[in-house]
Structure formats: C-alpha cells, structure tokens
Design a protein around this ligand. Structure first.
Ligand code: NAI
Length: 418
C-alpha cells in the first residue's frame, strides 16, 4: 500500500514539474531570446500604477494605438486608459507561445495583461495581432470600430517599429528597413548586452534602394493610409488627434540616425503629418509629430552605436533627475502637451518633449562622457550601462521591480489569449 501511495505522489510531482517552466534570461547579442510572462505582467502593473499616481486628465476616450504592445506604444495606451479612462484598440505583431522553450514575445504578454487590467477597470481593450501594413488588418479594425467600439475614435497613435513591409499594392515587393548612415560609413563603439562587451563597429553607407526601402517601412506612408481609410469611412470624431514618434537626438548620433536611413524615414513621416493635417482640417483635427527621447526598447538597442550614446546620456540625465522611461515620457507628453496646457512646440510645429534630452548642459556633458568611454570602463558607475541593461531586461519581464517569480505555470499561461 505504501508503495502504491509513493508511486501516486511521484506521479503527481512529475505532472506538476511538467507544468511549471523555469525561465532564465537568454540573449543573442542585443536581442532577447526568452521572456518571463509574469515579469511582463508586473511591468504592465507598474506602468499602470505610475499613471494612476499622476491622477486623472482629460485625454482620449476612444484610442487606436498601432504598435501598442511595447515601449512607446504600450506606454501611450497605458496613459490613455488609466490616465484618461479611454477604451483602446491595439494593433501589434507579436509571436505567441510555441512550446515550453519559446514562450512568445514580450508584447504578446503585455497585451494579455494590459487587457486583463483594463477590463477590471471597466474599459474596453481590444487587441489585434497581425501586420498593420496589410489591407486585411485595416479592414478588421475598421469593422470593429463601427460594430463594437461605438463607431468613432478620437486618437490614433502610430508607434510601429518594423523590420519590413510588404508593398500593399504588390505582394511580391518587400521593403526592408535598414539602420545605416547615408553617404558615408561610420565607425564607433557599440555594446553587446549578451556578452557585456564594448566593441568597435563600422556601419557602411546605405544604398539608394536601402534608404528608399527604409522610408517605405518607417516613414509615414502607412500612417497616411490608416488615417485616410478611417476618415473615408467616417469613423474619426470631431477634434480627432493623431501622433507619430520621431527622433532627432544629439549631433553625435546624426551620422547614423538623424541623417541616416531612419532619419530620412522620419523626415518623410513629417511630410506625411502635413498631408494628414490637411485631410483632417475639416474635423478640427490635429496631426502631430512628437520628437521623443532616446529610451531603451527592443527597437532602439539594435541601432548601431546608439546604445553607447544612451549609456552616456542616461548617466547625465539621472544625475540631473530628468531621465525618463517610456511610460514617464509618454504620460508627460499626453498629460501636459497633447491634452494639457504646456505644449512645447518648435518652429516646424512639432511637439518637443525631448527638450530635456536636448538641454544644452545635458548634451555638453553627454558628449564629454562619451569621449571617456572605453571597453574597460563602460560597465562601471562612470556610465548609465547598468540602467540601460536593467531597462532592457525589464522589457522582457526580467529584473522587474515587484516580480520575483522565475517559474511559470505553462498550462495556465497558454490558456490566455490577447
Ligand atoms: P518597439 O519595438 O518597442 O515597438 C514596436 C511596436 O511595433 C510593437 O508594438 C510591435 O508589435 C509593433 N509592430 C512591429 N511590426 C509591426 C507590424 N508589421 N504590424 C503591426 N505592428 C507592428 O519600438 P519603440 O522603440 O517603442 O518604437 C516605436 C516608435 O517610436 C518608432 O516609430 C520609433 O522610431 C519611435 N521612437 C523610438 C525612440 C527610442 O529611443 N526607442 C526614440 C524616438 C522615437
């Protein structure tokens, strides 16, 4: 009898062990290869908490966020929902769970847990997981707005960072986004988060085709398509606002960003904002470009050389008390500027919450610090590397404040759907 009982217990323990999956951080260069869903959940909760602590503001009531599953897009969604009480729709392109060793992407979990919390608060939170560049997804979102979302939206945030886009008029043509300088090659240091190394990198100049392709992917073409489709269908509310996030940064990064392929795409997006503005004038609408701060995201950590600028910048901004994470930056953008009475607008009509990054003394000190960084000292208190690395880990649910669980219940989490 004892033997039988022991066998039964052994079997139960085995079944339990099968269900529980232990997760550890895995990186390949600056790309995450593992995710902790519970950590992502806590990270979403922390962002919600941050916004709630800032209090209520009168922002959007019905918001569509394209690219709303991580970093700047997710932060935009969290501030609308929990700062302004908005119902939200998110379009994002995330990987679901494959098996115990591949638990999908962080954005998959962010969407699941954001939705749970929004629904608890009595808000609608609809997630579309698919390619925002396609006509099919656009149509599905339009149908949903008409049939189930009250018929109109008053805010569209365009926060996509994508590696490629299929030409919607020719499925055989695929544009691939490149992060390269234009007209010159650039050499500088970069960090390898996997190996904790600083290494020298040379990035060759983009070809004309590569630059054009990047503009197709990361410029404003698709933003224009979204707005014109929704406008034609009559689902944009009076006073509708739309916003796309651009970047200028420091002159020390111009070669590979502002004046590189991505910068060309951002210039094109600015042109798009003017076209969109004309299109929504009759609704008393507003199309904004918001020049944003450099932050640690899945997209930014793979930009050549850029991380080294970040680790210098963060150190200086932390010393000055101006360093921001995406939720801090976007909450301030919407609360104070888009819907508040403290908009900082430049002579080209762009919102400039990046003024703290651009501050003269901040830039002077950042550039001076960058010159001191070497492979020997980059991972020390001299720089903001520890912050940069921690923020990167947090994107994937590791090292999240308030989360200490590195074992997830596989059966439980795989039942969840965004
Ligand atoms: P991210 O990688 O964290 O987020 C990108 C989002 O786009 C995710 O929600 C992803 O699911 C979605 N996405 C990618 N391909 C898609 C597709 N085909 N269809 C639908 N959704 C798709 O990137 P991050 O850094 O938050 O970037 C968002 C925007 O902010 C970009 O336009 C970026 O250039 C801009 N920005 C970023 C800065 C930074 O330092 N990270 C600074 C200034 C601007």
């Amino acid at each position: 009898l004892l033997n039988e009982r022991l066998k039964k217990i052994e079997k139960e323990v085995f079944i339990m062990a099968e269900k529980m999956v232990k997760i550890s951080e895995k990186l390949k260069g600056n790309v995450a290869r593992s995710v902790n869903p519970y950590g992502c959940k806590q990270e979403v909760l922390n962002q919600i908490d941050y916004v709630k602590k800032q209090g209520h503001y009168n922002g959007a009531k019905k918001a569509l966020i394209i690219g709303g599953s991580s970093s700047y897009g997710l932060a935009s969604r969290v501030t609308q929902a929990f700062g302004s009480g908005a119902d939200t729709i998110c379009v994002a392109y995330e990987r679901p769970v494959k098996d115990e060793t591949m638990l999908g992407t962080a954005g998959w979990w962010n969407n699941i847990y954001f939705k749970q919390e929004a629904e608890k608060a009595g808000l609608i939170a609809k997630n579309f997981n698919g390619d925002a560049f396609t006509k099919e997804i656009k149509q599905q979102v339009l149908d949903y707005i008409k049939d189930e979302f009250g018929g109109q939206i008053d805010l569209l945030v365009y926060s996509v960072a994508a590696p490629k886009r299929v030409n919607p008029e020719n499925p055989d043509e695929v544009w691939r986004s490149q992060m390269k300088p234009v007209g010159k090659s650039v050499t500088g240091y970069n960090v390898n988060l996997e190996k904790n190394e600083l290494f020298e990198q040379t990035v060759e100049s983009a070809t004309k085709e590569e630059t054009d392709a990047t503009v197709h992917v990361m410029g404003g073409e698709d933003w224009e398509l979204w707005v014109s489709m929704l406008k034609e269908a009559g689902v944009l509310a009076e006073g509708f606002k739309t916003i796309l996030y651009s970047y200028i940064g420091s002159p020390v990064t111009y070669d590979f960003y502002h004046e590189g392929t991505l910068g060309k795409a951002k210039d094109a997006a600015e042109e798009s904002s003017h076209k969109i503005q004309k299109n929504i004038d009759d609704l008393n609408g507003k199309a904004w470009i918001s020049v944003s701060k450099a932050v640690t995201t899945k997209a930014s950590v793979v930009i050549p050389i850029f991380p080294v600028y970040c680790i210098a910048l963060y150190k200086i901004m932390q010393e000055k008390g101006t360093h921001e994470t995406p939720i801090m930056h976007k909450d301030r953008l919407f609360r104070d500027m888009v819907y508040g009475n403290k908009p900082e607008i430049d002579d080209r009509g762009r919102l400039r919450p990046d003024a703290w990054e651009q501050d003269e003394d901040t830039q002077k000190k950042t550039v001076a610090l960058m010159k001191q960084i070497t492979p020997e000292n980059f991972n020390s208190d001299l720089t903001g590397y520890a912050t940069f690395r921690k923020e990167f880990m947090q994107l994937n649910g590791f090292e999240v404040d308030g989360a200490d669980n590195d074992t997830v219940d596989y059966d439980e989490i795989t039942k969840l759907e965004p």
